[in-house]
Design a protein around this ligand. Structure first.
Ligand code: ADE
Length: 234
């Protein structure tokens, strides 16, 4: 997978590029991550990349020219056009289903917005998807891009050692993941539920499912309602 990131803050990606999962994916040749400074494509005298919005109002808007030039450069020379994603709180909500879909695409360009947003002509001409990571407003698209990158990368086959673990994650079966325990069997008077050391796989699976259902009902009534609806139809 190739991911090209366009940002005004490339240094924000430094730690992430050289640690843990993203590093491993790059070392294994499964991910190529390129981080580009938007100002590289600024042509005005002061390398300005933003301007005030037409029609007035507070905040600045990213100008079309640097982004058009960047996108021309980064999409040129490929037979298949990369998927261009813009991160914005007004995009579609990111979830595990969308991450799976994205992880099957070979070449991505991520545009990280700053200030108020980007000129609409960039969205109309270049952007295939607009993604939000939640109903709250951050100062830019860099953290959302990293969240999406991490979520996508761990779904590339052989990036994480234990792919089984990815398949038992929360949301894999539309439920939150239940409680987990490790050694010691008793800690400060609290014991690990007996069933987990019984060795009885079917009973353990039933217990885990029951706990996942309890947790989902308590913390995510929206997911719980969807689950009930889906399973009623079955
Ligand atoms: N940019 C600012 N806030 C955002 C959010 N919640 N999701 C995606 N991009 C953003």
């Amino acid at each position: 997978m190739i991911v090209d990131i366009i940002t005004l803050f490339p240094k924000l990606f430094d730690g992430f590029k050289t640690e843990t999962l993203i590093k491993r994916a790059q070392q294994k040749g499964l991910l190529t991550l390129n981080v580009y400074h938007l100002r590289t494509w600024a042509r005005s005298k002061h390398q300005q990349v933003d301007d005030t919005p037409f029609g007035g109002g507070p905040g600045m808007v990213l100008k079309p020219e640097p982004l058009f030039l960047a996108l021309h450069d980064l999409t040129g020379g490929y037979q298949q056009r990369p998927l261009v994603t813009y991160f914005t709180p007004s995009g579609e909500l990111l979830n595990q289903r969308l991450l799976k879909e994205l992880s099957s695409i070979e070449h991505h360009i991520f545009i990280c917005g700053r200030y108020k947003g980007v000129d609409q002509r960039v969205l109309d001409t270049w952007v295939d998807r607009q993604i939000s990571i939640g109903d709250y407003v951050l100062s830019g698209g860099e953290l959302p891009a990293l969240v999406t990158l991490e979520g996508m990368t761990r779904l590339i086959p052989s990036v994480i050692n234990d792919i089984e673990s990815a398949h038992t994650d929360s949301f894999e079966d539309d439920l939150l993941e239940g409680p987990l325990y490790t050694r010691p069997e008793e800690y400060e008077g609290q014991k690990v539920p007996e069933v987990l050391s019984s060795g009885h796989h079917a009973k353990i699976a039933d217990w885990c499912k029951e706990k996942a259902l309890e947790k989902t009902r308590k913390y995510r009534p929206d997911l719980w309602q969807d689950y009930i609806k889906k399973n009623k139809q079955k």
